[in-house]
Design a protein around this ligand. Sequence first.
Ligand SMILES: C[S@@+](CC[C@H](N)C(=O)[O-])C[C@H]1O[C@@H](n2cnc3c(N)ncnc32)[C@H](O)[C@@H]1O
Length: 317
Amino acid sequence: MLVNLENRYRLPARLARARARIGLLFAKLVNRYMKSIKMARLQRGFDETFSKMAESPTWEALCCQVFDQYVGQLSFTPVTQIHLLVEKLHITSQSHVLELAPGTGGLSLYLAKVSGCRLTGLDISPVAVKTAKKQAMLQGMSERVNFEVGILPELPYQQSSFDVVISIDSVYGILDKSALFHGCYRVLRPGGYLGFYTLYKRRKFYAESVMHARALHWFPLQPYSKLLEEADFKDILKMDLTADFVRLAKQWVKAIQENRASLDKELGKKMTKGLLAGDIRTAWALATEGYVGRALFKAQKPLHGEWHSTLQVSACC
Ligand SMILES: C[S@@+](CC[C@H](N)C(=O)[O-])C[C@H]1O[C@@H](n2cnc3c(N)ncnc32)[C@H](O)[C@@H]1O
């Protein structure tokens, strides 16, 4: 009896392919689910931090002490660095600016006030966005300044919608920077500018705390330039601001130490300890020892820069 070998083996091969496809789909679903859990946790963390800070008079007094002019910044940014952005990125009253991760919007509103620009902010934290919107209303700027909840690197905007994209001390925490920069290129008009302040790694070190472990994943300067080039940006400029960062972080650590008792009461011991032993202190320590720094990046989308959909990278990280 003749056996049709071809048919006998075709079915298992098809089955194997189907099984592989189902396996892949399953892995993708699990991956997406894990990511959404991670994002929800990140969102909750920021929401909790912002809610507590908003209700702490000591935190506010401390920030006023640290900054020459405190406008609600949640980063290592004196207002002079907002003026620097305005100048370097040619922001005017005609510009529409997209700000990635503006937090509670203090610096965004300052930028809009001094330049007269229109601004849209996109942040993961609903609490931050609500606070920022309220501030925009109180300062009479709701007409031209708006804040929305969204998760980077996804940018839910049309191609060529903005003249300028900015970000302050947030890009270093976004895992898929390539997707982010491609997205920035897409939403910028030809000739538009991208500018961001970021912490970066200067040399290798070993993880001795949670913050050390996080900072291990920060990028050195060179890969930033490379990713910007790969996203087709031109005229990439870097400006090192580590010295200002070290000075500010040191003042911050000192102020937190001096106000420890009140902060413990208002923010809770866990959060104060996190600030003292965690983010700010470690960033300062690492910066003082030359392991991390802070820089401004500026890049331009060429005047004849087109967005090619083939370049499109998955919006998810
Ligand atoms: C250090 S704060 C800086 C806030 C503001 N740029 C400033 O300088 O005052 C970092 C901000 O990034 C936001 N953020 C973190 N991960 C994000 C993500 N994946 N998508 C959108 N926002 C994010 C946080 O909610 C927070 O407001």
